[in-house]
Design a protein. Structure first.
Length: 165
C-alpha cells in the first residue's frame, strides 16, 4: 500500500484525475459521505486555501481510502480534518487508523496550534477511531469549536501536546 499526498497546486492542476479516482472509490457505496457533488464542492473550497492536504491510500492501483484537511485559521494555525473515507471491503482492517494518523503527521509538519474534526453522533466507528489516535470529544458541537462548521456534528480536538515530536 502506498500514500499519495496532494497539495493545492497539484490538486488544481489535476483536479479531474483526482475526482475520477474518488468517484471510483465511492461507487456503489450508499453512506452519507459518498456524494460526489458534495465531495467535489468541498475539495474546491478547501483548495482555495494555501495549506490544504488530500491524502489517498492505494493498494496497488486501487484507491482504497482518502482523507483531507486544511488550515481554516491561518493566523493561529488551526486545522480541520474532513471526510475520512474507506472503501467498503477495506473497513475494519485498521486502514482508518493508518490513514488518519498519516494525515495528522502531515499536519504536524505545519506546526498547528489546534486540529479539530467533526463527527456525526451516530457514527460510533468514527468516534472510536478518532479517540484511538488522540482526539477527545470537546463537549460541544463542531460549530462551537470553529464557527461555520456543521452544528449537527460532535466537536473533537486532537491533543497535539501529547503527540508532538
Amino acid at each position: 500500500m502506498n500514500y499519495v499526498t496532494i497539495l493545492k497546486d497539484d490538486y488544481n492542476e489535476n483536479k479531474s484525475k483526482y475526482l475520477e479516482c474518488i468517484s471510483k472509490l465511492i461507487k456503489d457505496d450508499n453512506s452519507k459521505i459518498a456524494n460526489m457533488d458534495e465531495i467535489a464542492n468541498h475539495l474546491n473550497f478547501i483548495f482555495k486555501f494555501d495549506n490544504s492536504i488530500l491524502v489517498f491510500l492505494f493498494n496497488d492501483d486501487e484507491l482504497i481510502s482518502m482523507v483531507n484537511a486544511y488550515e481554516y485559521n491561518t493566523v493561529v494555525h488551526e486545522w480541520c480534518v474532513f471526510a475520512l473515507f474507506i472503501k467498503k471491503e477495506y473497513r475494519a482492517l485498521g486502514i482508518g487508523t493508518q490513514v488518519l494518523q498519516y494525515i495528522i503527521n502531515k499536519i504536524l509538519e505545519y506546526n498547528p496550534s489546534k486540529i479539530i474534526s467533526g463527527i456525526e453522533t451516530e457514527n460510533g466507528a468514527s468516534i472510536k477511531l478518532h479517540e484511538k489516535i488522540g482526539f477527545c470529544y470537546s463537549n460541544c458541537s463542531w460549530n462551537e469549536l470553529a464557527e461555520g462548521f456543521p452544528e449537527n456534528h460532535l466537536g473533537f480536538e486532537y491533543k497535539i501536546q501529547d503527540r508532538k515530536r
